[in-house]
Design a protein around this ligand. Sequence first.
Ligand code: PLP
Length: 390
Amino acid sequence: MTISPTPAAEPPETVAGSGAAARAGALLTVDLGALTANYRALKRILAPGAHCGAVLKADAYGLGMAAVAPALAGAGCRRFFVALPEEGIRLRALVPKAEVHVLDGLLPGAEADYVAHRLVPVLNTLGEIERWSSWARKASQPLNAAIHIDTGMNRLGLNPSDLEHLGQDGARLTGIAVTCVMSHLACADDPDHEMNERQRLRFEEARTALPTASASLANSAGVLLGQDYHYDLVRPGVALYGASPDPTRPIGMHKVVRLQGRILQIRDVDAPETVGYGADHRVEGPTRVATLGIGYADGLARRLGGLMSGWIAGHEVPLIGRVSMDLITVDVTGVPDRLLHPGALVDLMGERTDVDDVARLSGTIGYEVLATLGKRIHRVYIDPANADAP
Ligand SMILES: *Cc1c(COP(=O)(O)O)cnc(C)c1O
């Protein structure tokens, strides 16, 4: 078999792009319309009066905070959460009026940055409370903070004895304007898990030791547990980005991301040739192989080799051979010539095979699939809010 790339009669359904897109081995298209539709869908099921925040840690789960934050703000979101103050500083510049919470707490030595950028630390220890209170006294102005109570996760947050100390000595909070009391669910992705109700009850109990403030308990999965879990503010992340907290239980959000790998080369091989490292994949007959410019360095898990398929205009193209650092190989035998040319794009994740499918196949969760999408992947944003812009 030889390759005779016949010129396409009509434009191919996949595009090569130009500029930075043309220079990239893979594209990630983020549908901001689907993102805001997911935000509104979650809002619709909230308990009356509850607000919907959004979690944008790890560069908005890999999708790109710079586009995600303004889109959510445009949809009415006013309360954001990131993990680190560095992320908070970036976010502050994008959403000047919104509340920006830093979940990892008050990092020692970074207090002045929280003040300068109006970041709201989620105070996790008595030590953090003490430091924030002393900064507030120094600044002679009340400083906003959320307080995180641990109700069973045992990672971050005040434990019961800390709460007791705080209850006995309210002066510890001098200068701190407590905007929100929060906790985090460990097992919300399993609606039948007894831990959910146990944490909710511990949360109710712990709140009584603290100043009256709005309450927040639910992540994405917590929102789906029902209105008892919503309180004043919910903090979804993964559901906004179109993935399920548990990839074996899809939750039917709008799909937000589409990942495409670019064809670099096409070759014909025949038995007894092999493809890729370790000579792992042995072809059984005449086979056309396309090599794409994406690999495990871009977040495509190495174990996906031989397990998943890509798609070219409705044609399934199985991954064959091992996933390399920068490359994968797909079997494109039977795909019409006009669709196969260097520069053409192969769908790897999106409509046919979604984030949860990829997560299941790679033995992980959608969170990890999204958050590890590499920096080399060129991000493209579909923004219905700017659809008419030139
Ligand atoms: C990451 C995180 C969330 C969001 O969780 P999802 O499962 O992505 O909705 C909410 N709260 C805290 C404390 C988190 O760390």
